[in-house]
Design a binder for this molecule. Sequence first.
Ligand SMILES: Cc1ncc(COP(=O)(O)O)c(C=O)c1O
Length: 386
Amino acid sequence: MNTYAPSDLTFERGLGSWLFDDKGYKYLDFASGIAVNSVGHSHPHVVSAIQKQAAKLIHTSNLYNISQQKKLAKRLCDLSFADCVFFSNSGAEANEGAVKVARRYMFEKGKPERNVILCVDGCFHGRTISMLSATSKKENRTGFGPLPGGFRHIAFNDLNSLAEQFAAKDVAAIMIEPVLGEGGAKSISKEFFKKAQELANNNNCLVISDEVQTGIGRLGTLFGYEKTDLKPDIMAIAKGLGGGVPIGAVLASKKVAYAMKPGSHGSTFGGNPLVTASANAVLDIVAEKDFLKILGHKIDYLSKELDKIMNEYPKFVEEVRGQGFLRGLKLFDPVSEIQNELKKNKVLFVAAAENVLRLLPPLTVSIEEIDIAISALRKVACKGIK
Ligand SMILES: Cc1ncc(COP(=O)(O)O)c(C=O)c1O
């Protein structure tokens, strides 16, 4: 179906931070398949894990034990607040699962009237029918009604709106992205996170961290909530977890996960041997002792370079946004035109809301590759579009 704008690029091969097209050109990939290729393209460790697993066993369904899945679940729990995991196939599905866990928890506690999920204006939680109710952008929803109820939105970074929404006493959970990705690489204030957690505690509500984009090292910590005062009860991850294979996960504390019983949720493909083998290989790399330390240096370097660009070209960049390797440049010129110019310079970026050019390099990118991306930005900034 015609759901994506036509592209003039066809890639045949990828290696590390680079993509190679069918015409023999190579492109530096600062899009990472929209935050998916966390360890770059065709990382040998991931390739080998997929090949070995494919040769042994690809799929069995969740009617049987899956050893790669058990191993991955245990590792994710050891590395986070969580005690239990459910595997899905995408980010939207992980969020669906997260909402189901929150509502079912309230139901089991004898409080089924507490079923509303609070979200933040500007958020993006996916495109399934109920995640469209959670996602705040009207354009995403147009023509798909009637959409399910049970979601309300809090004005961005507005502490009064936050308090008002919790006061209604029908809230099951607040679902929040540690940094708004699709919404324009926008950071939520420290005060907002703190107050959200406080209100959730005081009202016996749950906190869902949507880490589909921010999870698995993207913000410099393994999970984005570690950068905030949030203490999630439930977390959704996907994108970077599989390094390119479709996998998502709902992580939850024992306290809430007990509400889910055999039959209360399921997925045919979710967490199958192939995708969990790939995700285990990604974790071998990202959860390794020095990985996040080295990543931290690269993040600092990129930050300084982006600030320099803004200072050098105040008519090009209005604002530098985001954290870690989820960065955004709010531009004066139309982002699609700048993205196109950068593409001509053989560097790929992604657009986000609010005229933001998003930078999502692989976590394995080198300083030299960051320099290449920065010099392409400088070249385009210099030339100007108008
Ligand atoms: C924060 C967040 N949640 C959910 C989703 C939906 O994920 P998927 O496209 O895998 O369904 C996205 C995708 O961009 C996202 O950024």
